[in-house]
Design a protein around this ligand. Sequence first.
Ligand code: SF4
Ligand code: SF4
Length: 88
Amino acid sequence: MALWITDECINCDVCEPECPNQAITMGEEHYVIDPRRCTECVGHFDEPQCVQVCPVECIPVNPEHVESREQLALKYRALQSGAASAAS
Ligand code: SF4
Ligand code: SF4
């Protein structure tokens, strides 16, 4: 599953630089996660990095984006190959 940020977010800015997939950006009122880029950190870390650093615990899993670990790994590989072709 991708994760999402609830409106309890206090815009403390600490999660955004921790995301290895650049999935977190500032939304209209608070930070948001792009479910197309969030792999729950699969491929990079054992634990979701944003959840680790968030001081108000406002980053639950997104029930609208249920994905298996395999799907998350596929997304990770797709993002990596996209990054590789963008860099070349
Ligand atoms: S779980 Fe990982 S990939 Fe998803 S938004 Fe958080 S830091 Fe980024
Ligand atoms: S760490 Fe939590 S409170 Fe801070 S900006 Fe990210 S989601 Fe919001």
